[in-house]
Design a protein around this ligand. Structure first.
Ligand SMILES: Cc1ncc(COP(=O)(O)O)c(C=O)c1O
Length: 473
């Protein structure tokens, strides 16, 4: 007899993925400008650290809120005893208003349809527990957020079937890819309970087009036993056109908001990315299906945001001047960072998918692979982690079907650190391109004294000169 449970000893958690292994390597040798300047720079973590000053200034200007006071009187005991799993009504109201504001107030949300959770992680898992039995399947467009293997598969035991999207059309969802995934699931005798999307996408950093969203709505309209979950955790990070369109807007546009079909569409949201507060553990499920809301609320006993967190954030998100300014300033800062990353990569001769949202870029390094295989992708990834000392996430960890794509994060570090990372990468590409004869392990990539002896190196050089000229203008 085994000492521990199957759950505790199985490895469907996904912990062994290179996505998480990169974090482990980073922890062993983390970059610090002063203490460890040769350390690994963390570019595998989708954290938003760009607007902390705005949050800190609000907290400073509202000392009563963080001091647990209302109109000068302590509410410490009230908060300490509050344990209603329906959540603080004032917080739920502020949160739905914030969600509507991010969507340009084109849709409104009713707080009675909201279930609070300790982040999007338990929100997604809870939805699996509500919608699927062990062994049932969800279809997901690839590439997808590696954490879904943990959140949807590990405890709920749901099977994930990839909808294979490719670079041929910039990884957009197509009718044929959707049908193919459904057929693959049927061949495996799986009961498909729905489709799971992230909009904007992690790892692509792109928003879904109305066409793609309509395709999904049509698909679940044709399959009345299926649900559509839209994880919109990055909805407030859209910094360039096209603007964000939520699946709720599509339902509204098609007059389906109060139809039976809308009972099968569920949103997931969290403040981990848009407000940059993953440590506060605040997320939510939004569903018009009363049974889902009722059961998810009962399940939320296993993981709710604390009452003092709800109290603080209900005041912060209830401050409409603050949220208006925060949303636009945060997007401006993300746009600037995104531009820095894209031009830094270009100087290294590396391009990425055109993107308009998120905290990362989907970077094309196919030309740096020795062969068009996932083994070559892992070889390149190891070089980038151990030699260039950047932790980025290989596409294979996001279930991408084409080797050579990587997710690179840009909002969890200072501008100086991002510049250093780009310099290291450019030096690496130049050394690789010149077929550097010296042993790789002895090369200091941040010194960059390579001879530009072949065409790729010349191309990189030309790009960087062109960029410098543009900057000088
Ligand atoms: C698409 C997506 N969903 C969920 C999560 C988990 O977020 P949370 O910190 O709110 O649990 C992440 C985090 O990276 C994510 O990218």
């Amino acid at each position: 007899m085994s000492l521990l449970s199957r759950k505790a000893t199985c490895n469907s958690h996904g912990q062994d993925s290179s996505y998480f292994l990169g974090w482990v390597e980073y922890e062993k040798n983390p970059y610090d400008e002063v203490l460890n300047p040769k350390g690994i720079i963390q570019m595998g973590l989708a954290e938003n650290q760009l607007s902390f000053d705005l949050l800190e200034r609000w907290v400073d200007m509202n000392p009563d809120v963080s001091g647990f006071k209302r109109e000068g009187k302590s509410i410490f005991r009230e908060l300490a005893l509050f344990q209603d799993y329906h959540g603080l009504p004032a917080f739920k109201k502020s949160l739905v208003d914030f969600m509507a504001k991010i969507r340009g107030n084109k849709v409104s949300f009713d707080p009675h349809h909201l279930v609070l959770t300790a982040g999007s992680t338990p929100a997604n898992e809870t939805l699996m527990f509500c919608l699927a039995d062990p062994g049932d399947a969800f279809l997901l467009p690839t590439p997808y957020y590696p954490g879904f293997d943990r959140d949807l598969k590990w405890r709920p035991e749901v099977e994930l079937v990839p909808i294979q999207c490719t670079s041929a059309n910039n990884f957009q969802l197509t009718q044929s890819a959707l049908q193919q995934a459904y057929q693959d699931a049927q061949k495996r005798n799986l009961t498909v309970k729905g489709i799971m999307i992230t909009n904007p996408s992690n790892p692509l950093g792109t928003t879904m087009s109305p066409n793609e969203l309509n395709l999904l709505i049509d698909f679940i309209a044709d399959n009345p036993h299926m649900h559509l979950i839209s994880d919109e955790i990055y909805s407030g990070t859209v910094f360039n056109s096209p603007s964000f369109v939520s699946v709720m807007e599509i339902l509204n546009h098609r007059n389906l908001l109060h139809s039976q079909l809308s009972n099968r569409v569920h949103l997931v949201y969290s403040l981990s990315k848009d407000l940059g507060l993953p440590g506060f553990r605040v997320g939510a499920i939004y569903s018009q299906n009363d049974t889902v809301v009722e059961n998810a609320t009962k399940m939320s006993s296993f993981g709710l945001p604390s009452s003092q967190t709800q109290h603080l954030l209900s005041a912060m998100l209830g401050d409409h001047n603050f949220t208006t300014n925060y949303i636009s300033e945060n997007q401006k800062r993300l746009k600037r960072r995104h531009k820095m990353l894209v031009s830094g990569l270009e100087k290294a001769g590396i391009r990425c998918l055109n993107s308009n949202a998120g905290l990362f870029c989907w970077v094309d390094m196919r030309h740096l692979l020795h062969s068009n295989t996932f083994e070559a992708e892992m070889q390149l990834w190891k070089k980038i982690v151990y030699e260039v000392r950047l932790n980025i996430s290989p596409g294979s960890s996001c279930h991408c079907t084409e080797p050579g794509w990587f997710r690179v994060c840009f909002a969890n570090m200072s501008e100086d650190t991002l510049n250093l990372a780009m310099k290291r990468l450019k030096d690496f590409v130049l050394h690789s391109a010149t077929g550097n004869r010296s042993s790789r392990s002895t090369v200091q990539y941040s010194n960059g004294n390579s001879r530009r002896s072949n065409s790729l190196a010349k191309w990189v050089f030309r790009l960087s000169c062109r960029d410098r000229e543009q900057e000088d203008r």
